[in-house]
Design a protein around this ligand. Structure first.
Ligand SMILES: [Cu+2]
Length: 133
């Protein structure tokens, strides 16, 4: 390889290595309470989500739906919505919470979030919780 070829190759490698880190630099979910994709025996009053960046709560949304997992594909699809809204909080916060009703049937629930972080990037994500009282 010539020096020019090597430097082109290095530039390509650098691009591939750096690209994913750009996309995770926005408001991504860093932690949730209860933990994402976990099984819970007790229903919390609210599900708390922490993000890697501060988010604009008025332009961010967290919902909880009863969910169904396709036994063949494993794909999770939302059914009826069950949450009772997000908790009031500061306009800019690193944590959001969505309230649950006092009673829920045992089963699978899908938590979906869309946030606008203060750097004006929108990100979305989802995770499940299995409630087994
Ligand atoms: Cu960002």
């Amino acid at each position: 390889m010539t020096v020019a070829q090597i430097s082109r190759w290095l530039a390509l490698v650098a691009l591939i290595v750096l690209l994913p880190s750009f996309s995770v630099a926005h408001g991504m979910l860093t932690r949730s309470q209860p933990a994402a994709d976990s099984e819970i025996a007790q229903l919390p009053e609210a599900i708390r989500l922490s993000f890697s960046e501060r988010v604009e709560s008025r332009f961010s949304r967290v919902t909880v739906h009863r969910a169904r997992r396709d036994p063949e594909t494993g794909e999770v699809s939302p059914q009826e919505r069950v949450d009772v809204g997000m908790t009031e909080g500061p306009a800019v916060a690193q944590e959001l919470a969505v309230r649950l009703p006092e009673n829920l049937d045992a089963g699978l629930y899908l938590i979906e979030w869309q946030v606008l972080s203060i750097d004006s990037h929108r990100t979305t994500g989802r995770f499940t919780l299995t409630y087994k009282p």
